[in-house]
Every structure is written in C-alpha cells, then in structure tokens.
Design a protein around this ligand. Sequence first.
Ligand code: ZN
Length: 281
Amino acid sequence: MPSPILRFAPSPNGHLHLGHAYSALFTDFWAQRLGGTFLLRLEDIDPARCRPEFADAIYEDLHWLGLGWPEPVMVQSERIPAYLAAADRLRALGLLYPCFCSRSEVAEQAIGTDPDGAPLYGGTCRHLTEREATDRLAHGEAAQYRLRTDAALALTGPISFTVAGPTPLDRPQIRYARPERWGDVVIQRKDVPASYHLSVVVDDAAQEITHVTRGVDMEAATDIHVLLQMLLGLGQPIYTFHKLILDADGKKLSKSKGSRTLRSLRESGWTAERVRTEVGF
Ligand SMILES: [Zn+2]
C-alpha cells in the first residue's frame, strides 16, 4: 500500500469561511488517522476570479487554524502543459469535439438538467462535420472542447469507485459511476485549456493522492472524475464525502454570498480553537 496522501484544494477567489475550515480540518483529521500526509493545492486556473492576495490569505488562515503542509504547494496556473497533454490524450482517442455554443445557447438547447441543476448540453456541435468545425476554428471562433461521454463509456465499460467514511466507523462501499447523467461535459474551457474536471484528476494523480476528501456537493461530479481517470490511465483514489456547513437559513456557505470569513471571525475575537469547536474538530 502506498503511503496515504490527502489534499485540501481551495480556489483563491475569495477569503475562506467556516465551510472551508471544516473541509480542511476534516482532511487533516483523515490524514492523521491514516498516518498520511496533508497537502495543500491552489486551484487558481480561473484568471477572471483568482487573485494572489487571496492565495496569501489562504496560507495565513490555514496556518492560523494550526494546519501545516509540505512545500512547494501545487499551483494549478503553473500546470497548463500537463492539462494540455491530458486533453491531447483524450483527443487522440477521438473523444473530444469543439463546441462553439455560448452559455445562453447551451441553456436554450438544453435537454434537461445535470445533477447540479445546470442545463444539460443538447449536443448541437457533436453533429458538425469536421470540415465545418475546422473552418470555424480557422476563422478564430472560440471553442470549448467537450467529451463524447457515451463513446468514452463504450471504451471503459461500467466504472466503479470506493467510498469510505465519512466517519471511521463507516464501512467502505463500492459505488457505480453514472457519468452519462452529466452529458458531454466540458474538458477544455474557452478561456482556459482545462476544466475543473480535467485539472482535478490530472493534479490528484500528479500528487499521488490516495484519498480524496470533498463535500457532498461534489459527490455526483466524482462520476466524471473516475471516468477521466480510466481514460487517462490514472490511479483511482478512495473518495470520502463530508457534510457541508450551512448558514442559518440552511444554505451552503459561499464566498459570493458574503458568508463570514475566517479573517472576519478572527478580527471579531474568535480563536482558532473556537473555529474548531464550532465545526466539530
Ligand atoms: Zn455546442
């Protein structure tokens, strides 16, 4: 058995809040329990939203919570060549196609919703001839690249993965992945040559992550991740899904809704110990 390696992978697009503190402490708890290593990774490939000062604040807030990790920290914006290579591998398998649709076109042509409630892509650009697609690209039209999910599944056959936890008393379970419910997902965005789905599996493999701890809001997306791992010949980690910390209205905390940040709590006198107690660690 390889030595357990776990990671906490926030995006520097805002300040951390209690939900992040819970996720980081949960990951650290499992790393300690397994006798493994806790790594930090910065998921900063979204240039429109990520800022260096938020990255600095993440280090500061996590250190304040009492967490530590080996250096250097993996930073996604430095990993573009690895994502391009992985996308090329999928392309060589005939599994990617360019999609020129705008967000509103995707919404208009949706054939339902995906597990996150977003419009399910209707597959318009799947049917473009190679000539049409090449012409549009040659004319400088921006394209995102989507996965032919049904063709991918025809290659891999049924896929399963192991779910452990969320408590050490829970028996591990084998779960079947159903990536088809996501339709033809975006693998390379128009603005960045990777999507979250692609970068997360490439990075988890590069960091030799053995146990992925993530919120239950990421449970369904794991189906796509295990499919990509199979297609790219990457190892498959064990997955543990943790609860989300909710606000007073029962909604998920989020940076965009201005949930109270760790630094604002700290400024109002909270200690790291109080944060730990508040989220149950
Ligand atoms: Zn399209």
